[in-house]
Design a binder for this molecule. Structure first.
Ligand code: G6P
Ligand code: ZN
Length: 543
């Protein structure tokens, strides 16, 4: 088989964001676009000669074609082996697990996560390193630099590899090992959780509903929740992955998983509901009539993880992204363990997990995970919740009431303004930045500002520093507002406003979040002039 060297030129805008390179699918399908980026990954990591890589994706439109291109490019550049999920499918946590378990040098995950899929929607490619986690900033910076000085790429001329059958084949000198995407992951879950206890819980009549959102977790949920744990097949909604996610938006939040929310808020609601996103790393947890915010979920999991076999020795520490609420901080304090605050992006947890400083991590953006892999993990969170419920024999809402009774409640919400003009967004942030030094001591909406800064993170493990990670305003009454521009959008800019209010009074624990946060919401608008600058009178998404 021949290797072709194709002359090319740098393509603008191939800078990896919060989680790899994400663009409109049609852009990825333009001549040389994917090839340039993949070659830049190879160049940025010092080549793939003799290396073993893992490859898989969430099954969205173009996933199958991109996989064939990546395989031919890995073979052309001398990779020894690529372990690829059957039909080029792998959930993100399953890919992370395979990289670790098979001691691969790294992997490529084809996904745009929770963004819609299809020819007119989004596609993405992300490089993960040998610890199974997303490439850290120094690596993505080298990849980006390589996209800017690329002049050629190597690709093998060959027929498509048959990825429909598990087993080994050759592509030139490279071995292609097609694996069952679920098996290794399922084994890992069995090692962490008390499957017998969860099976008994289900057998006792405890009813669940899991929404796979037409995305990659369908086969995983079927193998684990139905086949191994005994849930009824119809307890899994939207279980068959489709290239356009059934025309939906595979993001597990109350807006995009509305049909699940309707079931859980209805009269005949099951005991437990959950959903996962396009690539299976996000999760939403909802009890009967009771939505659990991701920040609260992290806190509850931290407080109760020791009830699951995999965490029975307790937690070494916890970590959360800066905009995530401080609910988990209170749990960590009570347990006497460290709580780390990192920038948004799972990659920032990698060093803490590798160094054994943190066991559990979480983000407000529906991500929770632990040191079992180096990605967030949707089904893992569902199984940990189920394990806790099986031991405690309480409802989700009872668990929440008890938790808030013990630690107090961090009312929390995120307001997103999507696809706003990039210049307007940049100006809004710049205006906030310019007045940060003058805000402390001022009173807004009756609340006194006690701190105002722009978050920068000094990694305690490798000493690297990441600046410009969000503007945060703290108030004397326990409220906090964070302003940040999303790093995952593909159109204009998305302004994220994170709103939080701590409440210690037991009589005030059951308020509607938007009502409890209304002074904080008003303060955010008055500080940043959101409606005046963007012309929007309400957010597009409220989580
Ligand atoms: C992805 C990343 C997360 C991040 C989220 C939101 O899911 O894996 O770590 O929290 O995107 O990022 P954004 O920059 O859009 O707020
Ligand atoms: Zn995802």
């Amino acid at each position: 088989m021949t290797v072709t060297t194709v002359k090319t030129q740098p393509i603008e805008g191939q800078k990896p964001g919060t989680s790899g390179l994400r663009k409109k699918t049609r852009i990825f399908m333009e001549p040389h676009y994917l090839e340039n980026f993949v070659q830049a990954v190879w160049n940025g990591i010092g080549g793939v000669q003799g290396k073993t890589l893992v490859l898989g994706g969430d099954g969205r439109y173009f996933n199958d074609r991109a996989a064939q291109v990546i395989l031919r490019m890995a073979a052309a550049s001398g990779a020894a082996k690529v372990i690829v999920g059957q039909d080029a499918l792998l959930s993100t946590p399953a890919a992370s697990n395979l990289i670790r378990k098979r001691k691969a040098d790294g992997g490529l995950i084809m996904s745009a996560s929770h963004n819609p899929g299809g020819p007119d929607e989004d596609f993405g490619v992300k490089y993960n390193i040998a610890n199974g986690g997303p490439a850290p900033e120094d690596v993505t910076a080298r990849i980006f630099a390589s996209t800017q000085d690329i002049s050629e790429y190597l690709i093998m001329e060959a027929h498509d590899v048959d990825l429909s059958k598990v087993g080994e084949t050759q592509l030139g000198d490279m071995l292609v090992d097609v694996v069952d995407p679920v098996a290794d992951y399922k084994e890992l879950m069995e090692s962490l959780f008390d499957f017998a206890a969860i099976r008994d819980l289900f057998a006792s009549g405890f009813a669940i509903r899991f929404d796979a959102m037409h995305a990659v977790t369908g086969p995983y949920a079927k193998a684990i929740l139905v086949d191994a744990l005994g849930a009824a097949p119809n307890n899994i909604m939207n279980a068959v992955p489709s290239p356009d996610f059934g025309g939906g938006h595979p993001d597990p939040n109350p807006i995009w998983a509305k049909s699940l929310m309707d079931v859980m808020m209805g009269d005949d609601a099951p005991d437990f509901g959950a959903a996962s996103d396009g690539d299976g790393d996000r999760n939403m947890i909802v009890g009967r009539g009771c939505y659990v915010t991701p920040s609260d979920s992290l806190a509850v999991l931290a407080a109760n993880a020791h009830l699951a076999p995999g965490y029975s020795d307790g937690l070494k520490g916890v970590a959360r992204s800066m905009p995530t609420s401080a609910a988990v901080d209170r749990v960590a304090k009570a347990m006497g363990i460290e709580c780390y605050e990192t920038p948004t992006g799972w990659k920032f947890f990698g060093n803490l997990l590798d160094a054994g400083r943190a066991t559990l991590c979480g983000e407000e953006s529906a991500g929770t995970g632990s040191d079992h892999v180096r990605e967030k993990d949707g089904l893992w969170a569902v199984l940990l919740w189920l394990n806790i419920l099986a031991v405690k024999k309480q409802s989700v809402s009872q668990i929440m009431v008890d938790h808030w009774g013990t630690y107090g409640r961090n009312y929390y919400s995120r307001h997103d303004y999507e696809a706003i003009d990039s210049n307007v967004a940049a100006q809004l942030m710049e205006a906030l930045r310019a007045k940060l030094n003058d805000l402390t001591g001022e009173t807004i909406e009756g609340m006194k500002i006690s701190t105002a800064d722009e978050f920068a993170y000094d990694d305690p493990v490798d000493g690297s520093r990441s600046e410009g990670q969000g503007i945060r305003i703290g108030f004397a009454n326990g409220a906090r507002i964070v302003f940040r521009l999303s790093g995952t959008g593909t159109e204009g800019a998305t302004l994220r406003v994170y709103l939080e209010q701590y409440e210690a009074n037991p009589a005030e624990m059951n308020r509607d979040s938007q009502v409890a946060l209304s002074p904080v919401i008003a303060a955010a608008d008055s500080l940043a002039g959101i409606s005046a600058r963007t012309g929007r009178d309400s957010p597009d998404v409220i989580t």
